[in-house]
Design a protein around this ligand. Structure first.
Ligand code: HPA
Length: 282
């Protein structure tokens, strides 16, 4: 929870000012920020005219601690569009407060970003899902998420009691589904439920979530989507189903299985994101 507003805003402002230094003209400021979850790392190498800034160099930014979530901000061009790419994100299970996990979202908002494109690895609950499938998120459960908006409201970003009816932009969901059909990629549509982690869910928890209509479970995305919506940004989000959720899967879950399946879906995941970006306009 934010206790010291001045110090938090100082971090947001110094990070934004530092990044602006790499964007000499207004036309170079991207309107989209893509967060590269597990399996999407190869997209970083497709970023053209790329500037790569380690998180550790950005004043006010936390530093990622998870192997495979290498921390750097990329600024460049993807499919002809200017983009920010976050290679590595911050998770509550690493010990960060949700207000810290989402600080970068507010920095992106300050820089003028209009769309936050979140990707993640998640456990799948839908009967028709197979490992390495993809799911576009159309809504979420934040029941188990410490609200990143708890504490004094940052009025310059948004209102105290923000509506949650339209977090995941409907046009983006439609465009992602259309794009997946054109590419021949299976894209499920569903609700993502947040888990604090780092432990995976128990089979009983998964049975309960399945009854509530949940399509996928994961340990990121929801705090970021809440903050982006609070800032008035649009949100699009895609989960890579890196495993069937606990109890649905016949075997014990491991991080290795998650990474392996996320990597298997990498090609289709990157193609989907790239082709979406090509078509998307502000
Ligand atoms: N549960 C929570 N988070 C996850 C999972 C899961 O099954 N797979 C990948 N991230």
């Amino acid at each position: 929870m934010i206790t010291d507003v001045a110090s938090y805003m100082n971090s947001v402002d110094s990070a934004a000012e530092y990044i602006k230094g790499f964007l000499p003209t207004a036309k170079e400021v991207p309107s989209v920020c893509i967060v590269l979850g597990s399996g999407l790392a190869p997209l970083a190498s497709e970023c053209e005219d790329c500037i790569s800034i380690p998180y550790a160099d950005i004043p006010g930014f936390p530093v990622s601690t998870v192997p495979g979530h290498e921390g750097r901000l990329l600024i460049g061009t993807l499919e002809g569009k200017r983009v920010f790419m976050m290679s590595g994100r911050f998770h509550y299970y690493e010990g960060y407060d949700t207000s810290v996990c989402t600080l970068y979202v507010r920095v992106m908002s300050k820089l003028g970003v209009k769309l936050l494109f979140l990707t993640n690895a998640a456990g799948g609950l839908l009967d028709e899902m197979k490992p390495s499938d993809l799911m576009v998120i159309e809504d979420h459960f934040s029941f188990f998420c410490d609200s990143p908006l708890r504490g004094p409201n940052l009025d310059e970003f948004g209102v105290r009691f923000p509506d949650q009816s339209f977090i995941y932009d409907k046009e983006c969901v439609k465009l992602l589904l259309e794009t997946s059909r054109e590419l021949g990629i299976t894209l499920h549509k569903g609700i993502y439920s947040y888990s604090k982690g780092p432990q995976y869910e128990s089979p009983a928890e998964i049975r309960a979530l399945k009854m509530l209509g949940v399509g996928a479970v994961g340990m990121s995305t929801v705090p970021e989507a809440i903050v982006a919506a609070h800032c008035g940004m649009k949100v699009a989000a895609v989960s890579c189903i890196s495993n069937l959720a606990a109890g649905i899967s016949k075997t014990a879950l491991t991080h290795e299985e998650v990474m392996e399946n996320a990597n298997k879906s990498s090609r289709s995941n990157c193609d989907l994101v790239k082709n979406f970006i090509k078509k998307w306009s502000v």
